[in-house]
Design a protein around this ligand. Structure first.
Ligand code: GRF
Length: 192
């Protein structure tokens, strides 16, 4: 059967604070024919985020928001989101905590990628924790964002096996490879 064309894609904003390798991966995904999203906006809390370079490279609008005053920052973000008619927010290495009020406004439309098998190891330093605790497995999780950090409903998880001499760097590499697989899958899962 002929595929329907012209179906509306979901306008998406990606929030970053650092390297932006997940952002890059999502941009590549968004350019695929069967992708349900368009990335229209990149938000960062710092101008130092290396991932901001993808804004110029792929002609995606970027906005750097100072988070010294959370209320003011979120107000500014909400204006940008509404101007761009954003319907989905993907957090990708975004290091600021969003308020309950902001999350409620976007209820069910904010997702995050976290480098552990949640509910294990919420928060920071997940690779170190897995290695110190001699875990057999680590992995990554895409989940809905709620006001409790790293606690919203899980959409997809993927495991990786720790090897004997696993280092933080080697584990990060392994886990991130899986992140690039599951973030697009999770988006397809919630939008299709
Ligand atoms: C990812 O590993 C993600 O799990 C965590 O932050 C990291 C961001 O990396 N939330 P990058 O900026 O996408 O390269």
């Amino acid at each position: 059967m002929k595929k329907l064309t012209g179906l509306k894609k979901t306008k998406t904003a990606v929030f970053i604070s650092g390297k932006g390798s997940n952002l890059y991966n999502l941009i590549k995904f968004s350019k695929k024919k069967n992708s349900p999203i368009l990335i229209n906006l990149i938000i960062s809390n710092t101008k130092k985020a290396k991932g901001l370079k993808y804004s110029n490279l792929y002609k995606i609008k970027k906005k750097i928001i100072n988070f010294k005053n959370l209320k003011f920052a979120e107000k500014k973000i909400l204006i940008c989101l509404s101007k761009k008619k954003i319907n989905l927010i993907c957090l990708a290495g975004f290091m600021k905590v969003l308020s309950k009020n902001f999350i409620q406004k976007f209820n069910g439309k904010i997702i995050n990628i976290h480098p552990s098998l949640l509910p294990k190891y919420k928060g920071l330093n997940t690779y170190e924790k897995a290695i110190i605790n001699k875990d057999k497995y680590s992995g990554c999780t895409v989940h809905f964002v709620t006001s409790k950090i790293d606690s919203g409903k899980i959409i997809i998880q993927k495991k990786v096996k720790l090897s004997k001499n696993e280092s933080i760097a080697s584990l990060k590499k392994k886990v991130q490879k899986k992140e690039y697989e599951i973030y697009p899958k999770a988006i397809k899962k919630i939008l299709n």
